[in-house]
Design a protein around this ligand. Structure first.
Ligand code: ADP
Ligand code: MG
Ligand code: MG
Length: 538
């Protein structure tokens, strides 16, 4: 009724304000963060279980602090840090700036008289470095010098870092990262959508002002429907992935009544909505190519970990506020045991591959088939084997999928698009694009305008940006029947499972949040330089 409408308006307004806040406004709302003193044993613990790669490269805060350490250290360390940075800049540079980046590398690092000459290189690497020139800027040589640089850093500089105040600061952040997360950690705003076990709402972290989507799973509903094991599986897969093109998990915690998954906020709506609900049906080709490139990158990330997504369809691809997309809802995803094939039936009618429908064994091939269906749908606003809103039995869709050839009646299909769809919709997995030995879907001419190297770093501008004051979703029905769960009682063994689920912050995502929100820089104490805090915790 009217009241509900008003509630929604108020919630939406709060949401838009939160979204549009510039840094200054957010900062006044922030709840101050205090860095705790690391526990005595935590230093040795962190070092024992982590490698140089984890401490200085993979963990975002670790990487930043190690770099700060290097830049205040001796000249070879400074040179190494600057070299890695310039090399990365060069590799991501676009045509216009690439030449400049190359000249910088040559003059700063390859000439003996330069202050930042890579003096730590030994053996053939020295001559290789000096031989680099305008005409001879060899990628293989650069790779080898990069590896030699990492080997150098892994040695003495790394040991020096572990004894420095920078590492002490890292341990303080780790202590903070490990704190217990409750619903008090967030402000809660409007509902974004509804799932099988509860709603998904917009939340904001009090310390950082960062916005997320929080998927709430009603504990009693989970128990009633036996969904606990699946919820835990979804959470365990989500926390493993770390990709710009998959909705990543930032926190898992419990409240009195719910299990909560806090994930990247996707405020631009799902692709199904964009295909069917916004004026003319279908999505413009430039956008289709861009989204497909991001989806392919996300799928390859999952597959590289032997995870099959199994629910590839436009409805599960969500856009963020900038217009980039990510795969979401990993509730059907499965990790292949030791990379072996599986034969369990799972998926959505219309997107299921022939091998799935025939109950044969499969691996990642089913995702490539479903991608073919999804590209087809983005272009033509219907599925290859099912018209939009066609009333048809599942058995008939199965028959068509197994027997019929895919037709391209819509004039919006162009040559490369037809070709990639045809190769993704090969009935036999051994013939299918993405499944054949050694082939890479990214090399298909469909993607000729996509620079995947830049795309993977989030550097390719989206062809379309959602309008900031539009909600790209139909209103969700607020009504929910709670009578079915009113007599469900929670027991100690349920509590044990809830604890297993509630692991708190996910390391890499949490550290990214601290950096991206500006909190890391705010708390970065220039006094850090030069002091030796060893005595405080050694
Ligand atoms: P379920 O597995 O129960 O279907 P989903 O993960 O599909 O739950 O989420 C339900 C709905 O919530 C989605 O259809 C979408 O509208 C919304 N939603 C889910 N994740 C996000 C997110 N990260 N950002 C914004 N909205 C989301
Ligand atoms: Mg869903
Ligand atoms: Mg799901």
């Amino acid at each position: 009724g009217d009241l509900l409408g008003l509630d929604r308006l108020v919630a939406n307004t709060a949401f838009f304000r939160a979204q549009q806040c510039d840094g200054t406004e957010l900062r006044t709302q922030r709840v101050a963060l205090m860095l705790p003193k690391p526990k005595r044993y935590s230093a040795s613990q962190e070092v024992a279980k982590r490698t140089y790669e984890s401490l200085c490269e993979q963990q975002p805060i670790g990487k930043k602090l190690f770099r700060q350490f290097l830049l205040t250290s001796n000249p070879p360390c400074v040179a190494a840090a600057e070299f890695l940075e310039e090399l990365s800049d060069w590799s991501f540079a676009e045509e216009g700036t690439k030449e400049k980046a190359k000249q910088r590398i040559l003059s700063k690092f390859c000439q003996r008289q330069s202050q930042t000459f890579l003096s730590y290189l030994t053996g053939e690497n020295v001559s290789m470095c000096k031989a680099l020139s305008d005409e001879n800027f060899d990628e293989a040589a650069l790779d080898q010098i990069r590896e030699a640089t990492r080997d150098f850093l892994r040695g003495k500089p790394f040991l020096g870092y572990l004894r420095s105040p920078f590492f002490y600061r890292f341990l303080q952040w780790k202590e903070c990262e490990k704190q217990k997360i409750t619903d008090k950690y967030f402000y809660e705003f409007r509902t974004l959508g509804r799932g099988g076990f509860g709603e998904v709402c917009l939340v904001q972290v009090k310390h950082t002002g960062y916005l997320y989507a929080c998927k709430k799973l009603d504990k009693r509903r989970l128990k009633k429907k036996g969904g606990e094991r699946l919820a835990l599986l979804e959470k365990q897969i989500l926390e493993k992935v770390n990709s710009l093109f998959i909705v990543n998990l930032a926190y898992a915690f419990e409240s009195k009544t719910h299990l909560c998954l806090v994930m990247d906020l996707m405020s631009g709506g799902d692709l199904r909505f964009h295909i069917y609900e916004l004026g003319e049906r279908g999505i413009r080709m430039e956008r289709v190519v861009y989204y497909t490139a991001q989806i392919v990158t996300g799928l390859l990330h999952l597959h590289s970990m032997d995870i099959v997504y199994r629910d590839m369809k436009p409805e599960n691809v969500l856009l963020d506020g900038k217009g980039q997309c990510r795969l979401s809802d990993l509730g059907l995803a499965v990790e292949l045991p030791n990379g072996k094939m599986i034969c369990q039936r799972a998926g959505t009618t219309g997107y299921m591959a022939p091998e799935l429908l025939k109950q044969e064994y499969y691996r990642t091939s089913v995702d490539w088939w479903a991608l073919g269906c999804s590209i087809y749908e983005m272009v033509a606003a219907r599925l290859p084997f099912k018209y939009f809103r066609e009333k048809v039995q599942n058995t008939e869709v199965t028959r068509r999928t197994l027997e019929d050839a895919c037709k391209f009646e819509d004039t919006r299909f162009n040559g490369p698009t037809k070709d990639i769809i045809m190769h993704l919709l090969k009935k036999k997995p051994v013939h299918r694009l993405g499944c054949r030995k050694g082939d890479d879907p990214r090399n298909h001419t469909f993607f000729k305008n996509i620079n995947f190297h830049r795309l993977e770093a989030g550097l390719v501008e989206p062809p379309w940006v959602p309008k900031p004051n539009v909600v790209y979703a139909n209103d969700v029905d607020d009504f929910r029947d709670n009578s079915e769960i009113k007599d469900v009682k929670l027991e100690p063994k349920d509590e044990k499972f809830f604890k297993e689920f509630s692991t708190g912050a996910v390391s890499v995502q949490w550290q990214k949040e601290i950096i991206d929100s500006g909190v890391f820089d705010e708390m970065n104490d220039p006094e850090l330089n030069g002091h030796d805090h060893m005595a405080m915790w050694g």
